[in-house]
Structure formats: C-alpha cells, structure tokens
Design a protein around this ligand. Structure first.
Ligand SMILES: [Zn+2]
Length: 311
C-alpha cells in the first residue's frame, strides 16, 4: 500500500472512519502526515473481493456468464457478463494466463489446479500445481514436470517433521558466503499480481496464500506453489527441507520465488540458495538454469545462485 499523496510505503493503521460505504479502516502516512481511507479500486462500486474473485474464477476456466452467476450467488451481487468482461479487460496485462486460457479450455479438462495438503511439523502446507501449464511445458523441462506431479507420492514426510533430529529447515539456514551476489531489482509482473490479489483483503495471515493462489491461477509462468524440496547436505552432514512458495517457467529458466512482505528490507539469500540446491538436486536441473527471487507488491529482487559460494 502506498500513500495517495506522496507515494511513500511508510503507512500505519489509525482507527476507523465512517464513510458512505460503511465503516472503513483509516491509515496515516508517516512520511507526509496524510490520513486516508484506502480505496483499492478507485471509481468502482463493487467490493474489492468481488472483483478479485471474478478474475480468479474466470481464469480457473469459467466463462464470463458462469463467473457472473457464481459471483452473484456467492456475494448476493448483481454483476453481469459485461461487468466481468470489463474487469478482465482492465487487468489482462497483469494476468498473463490470458494468452493460454482459451487454448487450455479447449484441450484439457478443468479443474486446472491440483491441490494436496501436507502437514509438516504440525503446519499446514497446501501444495498446488497447474495441470494445464505442466502439460504445456517444454519437453526440455520434463524432469521438473515429473517431480512436481510425483512429489505427493515420493515426498519423505517424516523428514519434514520436527521430531526428526537430523533435519534442518531451509528457512532457518544462516550460511556464510564468500561474496554477495549481484542482485537485480525491479518492479515486475510478480509485484503487480501480488498487488492485485491483495486488494481483496489485506489480512496478514492470509496474504501468503492469496498471492500464491492468485499467481497460480492468473499468471502464465507460475506452475506450482508450496513445493516441498529436500536434500542431504554433505558439508553440514544433515538433511535440509523446505517449501518453495512459487515455481515459474519463463525465458528458458526455472524461477524459485519467495513472497516476502517488506522485501526491500530483507535478504533471504541462505534460504533461497538452499531451495535452489535442493530443487536442482531433486529435478536434475543445472543450478545455472535456476534463478532465485524474493518479492512483494512493490519490489522484486533476483539473483543467480551460481554466484554464491559457501565460505
Ligand atoms: Zn504521504
């Protein structure tokens, strides 16, 4: 979220304000002092959740009229096919799955998202992948595709549990590298997709899940979410496990992405480097064909894992 006056991201909540559309959260900008009520879709009368859910339903293979019908039932709303069409059209540049949606609808059977729930160390992980995009992947990536399809059966779940004493988690790794990698910072489609998905409801507990589900449904490059990976690290003499937030195939490379709120202030090099090694090992993908990145609504920060060397 940014301040409507000065574009700063130093925003804090400050009570509620009565507006024409009910009691709304008010915010205060710590940079310029402006108070404002956040309006995720200026000029639109429908609730943000209705707009974002419509886009998601449409890209999960429903027609405009099916989407409108489902939304009207779910929210007691009165959208029409043309309302939905306007929203799809407005955000089609962000949702790059628009290029493949029709083709997949003609060729494959929906639903396109396969979802399997794992409990690792008593935490819930909803591993998901997109069947249409996997079918479409280059034969060159068949190891990646096979691993994603097989992982529910081959994942050594006992390794992921905290009572397994030899295990370390990728997210707790604190590796010492001989040099920092060159990082590439930008604001790209991943930021735009995160931003759009979070306009529906900025709930701290749900935002991870919202971003992942939205990207898997609406982005052309994202093929899987919460992918479990593991490997035995000879140097540390221990098994390391983790869950990769998002896997993308684009520009001939595999991208492992981690959604990290306040991305600008963070640098999860150890965690992402470990994901890259585990993923590379499990899928026999050379490290040089993998890129790692962390991102939020404002910033995307990428690096090449071959530039890192453990001291
Ligand atoms: Zn401001």
């Amino acid at each position: 979220m940014r301040c409507p006056r000065c574009d700063s991201t130093y925003i804090v909540r400050c009570g509620k304000r009565e507006t024409r559309r009910g009691n709304r959260q008010q915010y205060h900008c710590n940079n310029c002092g402006k108070r404002f009520v956040y309006n995720p879709f200026p000029g639109k009368t429908y609730r943000p959740k209705i707009i974002v859910d419509s886009i998601k339903l449409y890209y999960s293979s429903h027609t405009l009229s099916e989407t409108s019908k489902k939304i009207n039932q779910r929210y007691k709303a009165n959208t029409s096919s043309s309302t939905i069409h306007n929203w799809i059209d407005e955000f089609k540049d962000v949702c790059s799955y628009s290029n493949k949606r029709k083709e997949h609808r003609d060729e494959y059977d929906p639903p396109f998202i396969e979802s399997i729930t794992f409990y690792h160390s008593d935490l819930r992980y909803d591993f998901r992948y997109h069947t249409g995009k996997l079918q479409d992947a280059s034969p060159y990536r068949s190891n990646v595709v096979d691993f994603i399809r097989d992982v529910p059966d081959i994942c050594p779940h006992e390794l992921f549990n905290k009572d397994y004493p030899e295990m370390k988690r990728a997210s707790n790794q604190d590796l010492k590298f001989s040099a920092r990698p060159n990082t590439y910072r930008t604001k790209n489609q991943a930021c735009q997709l995160a931003d759009l998905s979070l306009r529906a409801n900025y709930d701290r507990k749900k935002r991870h899940d919202q971003v992942e589900e939205f990207m898997l449904t609406c982005d052309g490059a994202t093929i899987a979410a919460e992918l479990p990976v593991w490997f035995y690290d000879k140097e540390q003499e221990t098994s390391i496990t983790g869950h990769v937030d998002l896997v993308q195939l684009r520009s001939g490379k595999v991208f492992l992405l981690d959604y990290k709120p306040d991305a600008e202030k963070k640098e999860p090099l150890s965690q992402l480097y470990t994901y890259c090694r585990a993923f590379s090992y499990r899928t026999e993908t050379p490290l040089k064909q993998i890129r790692a990145a962390w991102f939020d609504e404002n910033t995307y920060i990428e690096f090449d894992p071959t530039q890192l060397h453990i001291e």
